[in-house]
Design a protein around this ligand. Structure first.
Ligand code: EPU
Length: 418
């Protein structure tokens, strides 16, 4: 199993390119199941979760081809299997995103029920309730969600909780339903909007994506099209925090400053000097130690839970005391125990971490437990004194494209070791 070996203490400096967003690419790839003609998707990040999604599509009979510039062409004209097997779903919960498209287009889906997760219970009841409201019969049999409907019909759905993939699943299902579907208290994440843009390019009729009320007018069929995946705001934020923690200066290209305002605001509060262009962000820390900041995670446009671990790492070496309150997932503080092994002074009270910054973290062998927790540990290693070994980095590879290469480009002393 690969590990990352990091010699901390180098202020990051230089320019890198941000990849396409994982959490937009996954629903868009699932959404290709709705299209009767070929679809070309560009700016697809080269990640483990993307590979898993492509394998899932191929197992269903979808033809997937990739050109040398990593444009992915998906042809779902023929789909013989309507099943997402446990072996794939257990490695990637986002597999649940095929549920809506399969029932909507083929009238039937078997999707393994995702099990527990390192960051919380993560049920999918809202996905299932929504499909039932649209007329599907849904049972859980032998660990599988079995959904059937001759043709889904439109419905008025008010989500109890803001759910990103729940919104995406039902929005996709509604594109082929009979009549109008209204999704209220819908997720407003930029990735939901990007998925809507993709679906509209195939001929779907969607209004209001990016707001909390999305209205979908069902059509009989979706054709083919082309789409470029939006930049990854979490990858962007992660590299910005890395620069802030090391007192560095970095420029990130091919990103979008307009989709991470809450994160940029907190970085300014921490003392970072930011310059923004249309598709680039430059952060200059001028060699300073960041100031501690208070964070509260909430659905978009507020501060993202997927940046929480990285800010815990920053607060751990910042000047002052910062609180980090997690309101989206109930168990997303596993990185805290590892950060404590690097000397961090963190106390957890219910869903709040109270972090008193120390001048310098010290290197230690640490273990990644989930994707963003592992990003937090890599950042801590970059800022720490000594050599940090981050184990179980398959979690990192699920969501960060060539992380060690990008960090090396910024001057970090980091390498992958077997
Ligand atoms: N929830 C329910 N019932 C449901 C669905 C969700 O109670 O049917 C609860 C969850 O348990 C959680 C809250 O609602 O407490 C929000 O979860 P949500 O459904 O929004 O999360 P998700 O769609 O499973 C996506 C991202 C996550 C990101 C969250 C929150 C994808 C593929 N995943 O997950 O990304 O943390 O939204 O923004 O888009 C990551 O990239 O590392 C990651 C975990």
């Amino acid at each position: 199993m690969d590990k990352l070996l990091i010699e901390g203490g180098v202020p990051l400096a230089g320019t890198i390119t941000i990849s396409g967003a994982k959490n937009a690419a996954l629903p868009i790839l699932a959404g290709t199941l709705l299209a009767t003609r070929p679809v070309t998707i560009s700016n697809v990040p080269h990640l483990k979760d993307v590979a898993t999604t492509l394998t899932l599509l191929q197992k269903m009979g979808v033809i997937v081809t990739m050109d040398d510039r990593l444009n992915v062409e998906v042809n779902a004209a023929e789909v013989r299997e309507r099943r997402a097997p446990y072996e794939l779903v257990k490695t990637m919960r986002a597999s649940i995103l095929v549920l809506g498209p399969l029932v909507a287009r083929f009238g039937e889906a078997y999707v393994s029920l995702p099990g527990g997760c390192a960051i919380g219970a993560r049920p999918v009841n809202l996905h299932v309730d929504g499909l039932r409201a649209m007329g599907a019969a849904v049972d859980v049999e032998n660990g599988f969600i079995h959904a059937r409907a001759k043709r889904l019909h439109g419905a008025h759905i008010v989500f109890d909780t803001v759910t990103v993939t729940g919104t995406e699943n039902l929005m996709m299902a509604a594109t082929l339903a009979d009549g109008k579907t209204v999704l209220e208290n819908a997720a407003r994440e930029p990735e939901v909007t990007d998925l809507a843009r993709f679906l509209m390019g195939l001929g779907a009729r969607i209004q209001g994506a990016g707001t909390s009320t999305i209205v979908i007018e069902g059509v009989d069929a979706l054709g083919g099209g082309e789409h470029r995946v939006l930049p990854d705001r979490i990858e962007t934020g992660t590299y910005l925090v890395a620069a802030a923690m090391t007192g560095g200066k970095v420029k990130l290209n091919k990103t979008d400053p307009n989709i991470l305002e809450a994160v940029l605001g907190k970085l300014r509060e921490a003392g970072a000097n930011l310059q923004l262009g249309d598709d680039w962000i430059e952060l200059d820390m001028q060699g300073k130690r960041p100031r501690a900041v208070n964070i509260r995670t909430l659905p978009y446009p507020a501060f993202p839970t997927d940046m929480q671990a990285q800010f815990c790492a920053m607060n751990a070496m910042a000047d002052g005391v910062g609180t980090v309150t997690e309101t989206v997932f109930e168990n997303r503080f596993q990185h805290v125990l590892e950060l404590q092994r690097m000397g961090a002074d963190i106390r957890i009270e219910h869903n709040m971490a109270i972090i008193t910054g120390i001048p310098r973290l010290t290197a230690a062998p640490v273990m990644a437990t989930d994707l963003r927790a592992s990003a937090g540990l890599v950042l801590a290693g970059l800022a720490a004194e000594g050599e940090t070994l981050v184990d179980r980095i398959y979690h990192v590879d699920r969501g960060y494209e060539r992380i060690e290469e990008k960090l090396q480009q910024l001057g970090a002393r980091i390498r992958r070791v077997p």
